[in-house]
Design a protein around this ligand. Structure first.
Ligand code: GLP
Length: 249
């Protein structure tokens, strides 16, 4: 796994967008794995700008998002469907029928999770998966626990995740308690992985996840074992790590 140092959030976002655009230029029919949260927002903004300038074309791509809250409809303003529509899909030319997220409104968890895994398989797997990371090391909604999960599954959100995500809701009580998420195995099967992380509040978890032992208690630590994973972190997120412009761990 390679860790690349960025000066700040803008620099990080441009570097990440460069990697995604290279992927789309080299393979116009790429299957992109996408993420929500604040971390990838700058990356999406940069990709939109290049698309508007005519430097990028998403017409051949397909996308699969990591996760969606359970018990929420796609048109709900708090859904990840809505987030993606507003912050990315609505502003580039990815064909709508080739953008995929778990369906939070499907009450049958087993059915929805196997449908989603099958759709990823049918698309030929994910070429490049973009990730953020929670303060407890979660990726997607794979929370810390005793083992690494496999395929898409339904999770109970950790209290710290509910607390962190309440900023997008009126109150913590409004944050859904469950979500559908790709599993760790689904993520690890992606041919390339790109994780973006910024800010001093993530410095401790960056040190644990990428310079500590691989453990399901820090889910992102598994990325150390991926053959083609890149982490782009800004100076603030790397403030507790002793490394130069890049490191291989
Ligand atoms: C949510 C998402 C994750 C995301 C994490 C970090 O829980 N399910 O995919 O990586 O938040 O979010 P942020 O980037 O806002 O810190």
């Amino acid at each position: 796994m390679k860790i690349i140092r960025a000066k700040n959030y803008d620099d990080l976002s441009r570097k990440a967008a460069n990697i995604i655009s290279a992927q789309v230029i080299i393979k116009p029919d790429s299957v992109l794995g996408l993420a929500t949260g604040s971390s990838p927002l700058g990356t999406y903004r940069q990709l939109i700008e290049w698309y508007r300038k005519g430097d990028l074309d998403f017409a051949g791509t397909s996308t699969f998002n990591l996760d969606e809250y359970r018990g929420i409809r796609a048109d709900d303003g708090q859904s990840y469907h809505y987030f993606m529509q507003r912050n990315f899909f609505g502003q580039v030319n990815i064909p709508a029928e080739r953008t995929h997220l778990p369906n939070g409104a499907e009450p049958d968890a087993a059915r929805e999770c196997s449908r989603y895994d099958e759709a990823i398989r049918a698309a030929g797997g994910i070429d490049l998966q973009l990730l953020g990371m929670g303060h407890n090391g979660h990726i997607g909604f794979n929370e810390p626990g005793e083992y690494f999960s496999k395929g898409t599954h339904c999770v109970d959100l950790a209290p710290s995740t509910i607390e962190a995500n309440k900023r997008f809701f009126e109150s913590a009580d409004d944050v859904p308690r469950q979500a559908y998420t790709m599993g760790i195995q689904t993520i690890m099967l992606s041919r390339k992985i790109l994780l973006v992380v910024s800010g001093e509040d993530k410095a401790e978890i960056v040190r644990k996840a990428f310079f500590g032992p691989v453990t399901p208690y820090v889910p992102a630590s598994i990325l150390q074992l991926h053959g083609d994973a890149v982490v782009i972190a800004d100076n603030a997120a790397l403030s507790l790590c002793d490394m130069g412009p890049e490191a291989v761990v």
